[in-house]
Design a protein. Sequence first.
Length: 231
Amino acid sequence: MQPMPVLPAGFLDSDDFWVPERLEEFVNYIHAHPNVGVLFSNGYLLAGKTDFKELENFLKAHGEVCLYEGETGIDEIRRIKELSAQSSGEFKRVFYILNASDMNYYAFAALLKIVEESSGRHFFILAERPEAVPATLRSRLTEIRTDDSPDQKEEIVLKFVKADYAQRIKIIENIAEDKSKFNSFIDDLECHALQNSRHDLLPKIALARESSLIFNIGRKMSLEYLTNLLD
């Protein structure tokens, strides 16, 4: 007997909705983690520039919206936990919108368990840079890019991947000078690897990111290290 290949299947209630990128993100994750059998998420990381009010107005048509603006610490997260444990009243769903730039480390840690356990509650975390959200929480969220110019960024990534070593060194000169460009490039390279089933690149990209963010190694050195690893 030979194992039979099984295509991913999704279940969507008639009164529910999915954001456009959800299926793509889930399929990419399943391909990158073949041991995963079931995947779900009630939390979203909107990476890039997002209009709070526009998102709030859209979600109001589907349930109650709790928008958190300003500093969000452990006390605010505890309040969210209390609210999420209560009945949603006339609404079947409750949406929580939070700004990552206003949250501290303890707020992220406290939110992690709530996202995992809440039913009928959905969390939208807005972050211009996805790395502003700790990796432990990011792993529980469906990440959606909201950047305005994906084609240009994809062109840079493709050029880097297809280039030889000497050409890559020239490409990273400009990227390494700017922290924002560096972070964006690493994110886009990671997305490219997922979309093209280059799962062998993912741990190498993560290593380059961690080398700069955690071990405080220079951005240029991290990219040079990644340049060597890609071959």
